[in-house]
Design a protein. Structure first.
Length: 271
């Protein structure tokens, strides 16, 4: 994402000498000079945000490539955040956008199953309200550990005809993604997920924002801050992509609109 972000910053009006630093992991680009007091810093990923909060004096920090739960965990663990203004373009899409996608891609499916952990369970009431507005119902299951994952998933699938995978590393991780996809495929329940990688692994449809789309939004925030304009602290992605796994669709006997068609229709629907 680093080159895309630097290109977008230049297009937004920042010169090479502008007081803005971009951190990837523990490296600051260009060069390795810590940001000075008053400088704006952009942190790409959790490790970079921790680095910026610990190793720089930047008073304004923009985080990107983190989920809301991931951002909260980093910020909560950094006492040096005091006095900083932290902004973010999150990986999390608006919940309404996921539900709109389900209505467009799978209009005959109305029972939506969702796996939560303690970190994301607070979204349930809002998700239920938004679902009811779209004539959808939500069934939820809480994942406490990997040992009971399949048992809880099986129970949830008995009450669902589509599974919505929301960003939550405690639920969707290297130990659970493949078992989840195999289990849902076996019972013929499609998965609507949150990343291109999830789609490639076997989800039917994924809603996500590319690094280029996120970089453009970050650059706009950075420029607004440099001009002293008010900016919303935590933002969901404004632009997004939709990917469809045609192989999975054929295997499940489903006829799905093309990803670009779904994207264009989603853009016309309110979040």
């Amino acid at each position: 994402m680093n080159q895309k972000l630097l290109d977008e910053l230049r297009q937004a009006g920042f010169s090479e000498a502008a007081m803005v630093s971009v951190s990837i992991g523990q490296k600051t680009l260009p060069g390795d000079t810590p940001a000075s007091t008053g400088e704006l810093a952009i942190a790409v990923g959790a490790q970079a945000l921790s680095h910026v909060l610990n190793r720089t004096m930047a008073r304004q920090v923009i985080a990107v490539m983190l989920t809301r739960t991931g951002l909260d965990e980093v910020v909560a663990g950094q006492p040096s955040r005091a006095g900083r203004d932290i902004y973010a373009v999150l990986l999390d899409q608006p919940l309404a956008r996921y539900l709109n996608l389900i209505r467009l891609a799978l209009p005959q499916r109305q029972r939506v199953g969702v796996l939560f952990s303690e970190a994301t369970g607070g979204q349930l009431k809002n998700l239920e309200r938004l679902a009811a507005e779209r004539n959808l119902s939500i069934s939820a299951a809480w994942i406490l550990d990997d040992a009971t994952f399949i048992l809880r998933l099986d129970h949830l699938l008995s009450q669902s005809d589509v599974l919505l995978a929301l960003p939550d590393a405690r639920v969707h991780n290297r130990n659970t993604v493949q078992p989840l996809l195999l289990t849902t495929y076996r019972v013929g329940i499609p998965v609507v997920a949150y990343s291109e990688a999830y789609k490639q692994a076997g989800a039917l449809v994924s809603l996500y924002s590319t690094p280029a789309q996120l970089a453009r939004q970050v650059a706009e925030i950075a420029w607004s801050l440099s001009q002293g304009r008010p900016v919303m602290r935590y933002q969901t992605p404004r632009d997004f992509s939709v990917g469809v796994n045609d192989t999975v669709a054929r295997s499940l006997g489903l006829s799905i609109l093309a990803g670009e068609t779904l994207r264009e229709r989603l853009k016309q629907m309110p979040d």
